[in-house]
Design a protein around this ligand. Structure first.
Ligand SMILES: Cc1cc2nc3c(=O)[nH]c(=O)nc-3n(C[C@H](O)[C@H](O)[C@H](O)COP(=O)(O)O)c2cc1C
Length: 175
């Protein structure tokens, strides 16, 4: 099962729209995927102590551990991913080990294009994750209310889902 995590906590989220489109891509490629939103799993801040015992941490850790590959749909905040996503990774740590990961980002402007690199580097170095180098980065112009209005972005989302399936499969074959 592939996992798509919508990481924004906003009720009307553009990265969630990207996540939903990615989820549809998995379905049309005939691969089961689960779409979850961090809004549905409130988490405590990682204190490196008691927070690990929160029941939602265990639920999410299990989903991450079992995922064949993961797409992270996240907002760009302050030239990085939002803190809800970083907190999720702090709380679930080693469950990310050797996962293949792709990113779908919603941002306010083109200038923050490299904002996922900090997190991507840490996932690579801490947990030996394989990060798909071609990712989705969409600004407000790509949306018309709650739908994606840019065909290029739609195309790139289905390419990302396809790459995640292909690379995750290749990595498993190699085990
Ligand atoms: C606290 C905050 C910080 C932000 N920082 C950036 C930023 O550094 N670069 C950028 O391009 N957009 C920035 N934005 C704009 C968001 O990335 C944009 O609104 C995006 O659509 C958020 O994703 P969401 O709709 O899924 O919540 C910021 C927005 C907020 C609320």
């Amino acid at each position: 099962m592939y996992l798509v995590i919508a990481c924004s906590l906003k009720s009307s989220s553009r990265s969630k729209i990207l996540a939903e489109a990615a989820h549809r891509s998995f379905t049309s490629l005939g691969k089961p995927a689960e779409l979850i939103s961090l809004r549905d799993y409130p988490l405590p801040f990682c204190d490196a102590e008691q927070a690990y015992a929160d029941p939602n941490v265990a639920i999410l850790a299990e989903k991450i551990l079992k995922a064949e590959g993961i797409l992270l749909a996240c907002p760009i905040y302050n030239y990085g991913v939002n803190s809800a996503l970083k907190n999720l990774i702090e709380l679930t740590g080693r469950n990310w080990q050797e996962k293949v990961i792709g990113f779908l980002c919603a941002a306010g402007g083109q200038g923050s294009y490299m904002s996922i690199m900090g997190l991507a580097n840490s996932l690579m170095l801490d947990f030996r994750c394989l990060i798909l180098p071609k990712f989705v980065y969409a600004t407000g112009d790509a949306f018309d209310e709650a739908r994606i209005a840019d065909e290029g972005i739609e195309q790139r989302i289905s390419e990302l889902a396809h790459s995640l399936i292909r690379i995750s499969h290749a990595v498993r074959e190699d085990d």
